[in-house]
Write a protein that binds this ligand. Structure first.
Ligand SMILES: Cc1ncc(COP(=O)(O)O)c(C=O)c1O
Length: 480
């Protein structure tokens, strides 16, 4: 899309697809939005989709399907065991990633459960560029712990570094030296919790070399691989003439195990673990049959497995992998221009607002990024996701574990939103930025012990929600 230049009009992201099936949207008025936010305990996960105008919660399972994916679903060979659909899925994974063994699972965290149960013993550590919520929970539940060895730039909100998801190779070597039992090293593509930031091909090659020297398996979380592929293609000089497929294979060549959520990669629903080692494959098979289902569906619907097979092939094209990042870049540029604090450079998955700067008057223990998510829904009808302290597990002694970054993530599921949606989103965010002093903190009313951000419920501290609604009505009396 970037290679199509506009003549006189401003250059904007141009879709290389068109909508053929649509879903109607409704924007409720602000009083209703406040009411449903209260009912949802100020947690955007607990909103009903019927009350949401633009759903920017996640890209998981909500990327748009292509016509070929939809058509492929009709070919699904619905068999419990040995379906042709699985053969096609397995062959596609082998073809793209070059790994001989394929295990299906119902989603990404199911792969994490199986990998953690296979490798992590009590007292083990795992070293990674950065953790993801469900990954860390599975490692901890098996008695292990997580060490993050991200480069320091990765945690800078504003940076020029093109690969903020890189592992700090010196730190990795040091941690391997200092820890007796390293279960595995994990690289996460399109690092989710730091703003969808990529690693470079050069960096994963360095990580792989260190892992091999120390005989430690390297595991790749490829859930957000598409965005990472795009950034390698456009930001890594040595890769600019490589195809997306070649970059993918080069990354895969560095790894012992790859897993992915096909709710993201593959643009349908499911997951898979790909392996080189036959013994590990066999030991994981019994966990797949125990937790997921038979080895040729692993908890996935067969129709979705067909759609994933086509989705993986589509993910090997530049048109597909660049759509998300260039829309995100457009959104980031517009917000930056208006002075709204955002993570830069623009990453994948979504646009990430810096809640620390946005709501610096709210103490971190009052969950400023969760407050920002709730406030933004109330003033826009747009649902984003908190990615900060509210998404962290408490320390073992019950004290708060403060996140290194407090972000509101506005995800752009691939091929779903148009530029007018982005303009509306930016407009409402600018309104909130100009009225940010009205937003206050949150406190828990119900706090689950594990993954509290999914189902936890909060209430606002003070009457800031009322004040926010009142000011919105004054400023935009004729608008939803
Ligand atoms: C990087 C990463 N890994 C793993 C997962 C877990 O995948 P799933 O939601 O399919 O369980 C996610 C989901 O958001 C993710 O972003």
């Amino acid at each position: 899309m970037k290679d199509i230049k506009f003549f006189k009009r401003q250059q904007v992201p141009l879709e290389k697809h068109k909508a053929r099936v649509i879903q109607a949207l409704e924007l409720k008025d602000i009083d209703e939005r406040k009411k449903v936010m209260e009912e949802a305990g100020f947690n955007t996960f607990l909103l009903k989709n019927k009350d949401v105008f633009l759903d920017m919660l996640t890209d998981s399972g909500v990327n748009a399907l292509s016509d070929f994916q939809l058509a492929a679903m009709m070919f699904a060979d619905d068999a419990y065991a040995g379906s042709r659909t699985f053969d096609r899925f397995e062959a596609k994974c082998q073809d793209i990633f070059g790994m001989p063994f394929v295990l299906p699972a119902h989603q990404g965290r199911a792969c994490e459960n199986i990998i953690a149960q296979t490798f992590v013993k009590p007292g083990d550590v795992t070293i990674m560029n950065y953790h993801f919520t469900t990954t860390k929970a599975h490692i901890m539940i098996n008695g292990g712990s997580v060490i993050e060895a991200l480069i320091p730039e990765g945690l800078e909100i504003e940076s020029e570094h093109p690969f903020k998801g890189n592992m700090d190779l010196e730190r990795l070597e040091e941690e391997i030296k200092n820890n007796e039992s390293v279960a595995f090293v994990r690289m996460e593509a399109g690092t989710n919790l730091i703003g969808g930031q990529p690693f470079s091909l050069e960096n994963i090659k360095g990580v792989s070399k260190i892992c091999k020297e120390n005989n430690i398996p390297l595991v790749l979380d490829a859930s957000l691989l598409t965005d990472n592929l795009y950034f390698i293609k456009v930001r890594e000089e040595a890769c600019k003439d490589m195809s997306i497929r070649e970059i993918t294979r080069e990354i895969a060549n560095q790894c012992d195990i790859i897993y992915f959520s096909a709710r993201k990669l593959g643009s349908a629903r499911g997951g898979a673990i790909l392996l080189r080692d036959h013994d590990v494959f066999v030991s994981m098979q019994s966990l797949v049959t125990l937790y997921e289902g038979f080895l040729t569906y692993g908890g996935m619907s067969i129709k979705d497995m067909e759609a994933v097979t086509v989705g993986l092939e589509e993910a090997m094209t530049l048109d597909m992998v660049e759509q998300g990042p260039i829309f995100i870049e457009a959104m980031v540029d517009r917000l930056k221009e208006a002075g709204v604090p955002v993570v830069t450079p623009a990453g994948g998955l979504g646009c990430h607002i810096d809640a620390t700067k946005f709501l610096e008057h709210i103490p971190q223990e009052q969950y400023r990024s969760a407050a920002l998510s709730a406030a933004f829904y109330m003033v826009s009808g747009i649902r984003g996701m908190e990615r900060g302290t509210f998404s962290e597990e408490r320390n073992e002694d019950g004290s708060e574990h403060f996140a290194s970054m407090e972000l509101l993530r506005l995800a752009l599921p691939r091929r779903v939103f148009t530029l007018s949606h982005i303009e509306f989103c930016v407009d409402r965010m600018i309104w909130l930025w100009e009225n940010r002093h009205l937003v206050g903190g949150l406190e828990f009313e119900y706090e689950p012990k594990i993954l509290r951000f999914f189902t936890g419920r909060c209430k606002p501290i003070g009457d800031w929600a009322e004040n926010l609604v009142k000011k919105f009505k004054e400023d935009l009396p004729d608008s939803f």
